[in-house]
Ligand binder design. Structure first.
Ligand code: RB5
Length: 150
């Protein structure tokens, strides 16, 4: 997918619906084509299902990036990282959100809805979306991560 295509998938479990929807509106306002794959009800639903579904959209090339949320961000991140081609980090600060793009070429960001307020979560999203992969010395390291998948 060409780098200029701004299509992003969002998903979460039941703990993060309100925050996910706020992020979706914000990201759309920044000119991204948002694919929000739910869920939309507060009914309890297992985070691995939604982490995997979002990760497959990114791994297939349908979406360039993904943002996923659960209570802590941890469980849904673990599930997403099991999908080949996914590099997802949980972030609770803007520095890490920038670094996972610049150094690790992360293609997904995980957030904890029970950890973060909406303002900080949106700042973290902006830091993630605003950064790109630096390449250079980081490229062979990311290649080493990829090699672990084979
Ligand atoms: C759901 O209660 C909670 O376990 C989940 O949202 C997440 O925090 C798991 O990592």
């Amino acid at each position: 997918m060409p780098a200029e295509i701004k299509r992003i998938v969002l998903s979460s479990d039941h703990t993060a619906i309100t925050l996910r929807q706020a992020i979706a509106g914000h990201v759309e306002g920044r000119g991204w084509d948002v694919v929000d794959i739910g869920p939309t009800t507060l009914e309890s639903t297992p985070y691995p299902r939604h982490g995997e579904a979002a990760a497959r959209r990114v791994a297939s090339g349908d979406c360039r990036l993904g943002i996923i949320l659960c209570g802590t961000g941890q469980g849904i991140m673990m599930a997403a990282n099991k999908v080949r081609g996914i590099r997802c980090g949980v972030c609770a600060d803007t520095f890490s959100a920038r670094m996972i793009r610049q150094h690790n070429d992360a293609n997904m960001l995980a957030l904890g809805a029970r950890v973060l307020g909406e303002g900080l979560a949106i700042d973290i999203v902006d830091a993630f979306l605003g950064a790109g992969f630096d390449g250079g010395r980081h490229a062979p390291r990311v290649e080493m991560i990829r090699a672990l998948e084979s």
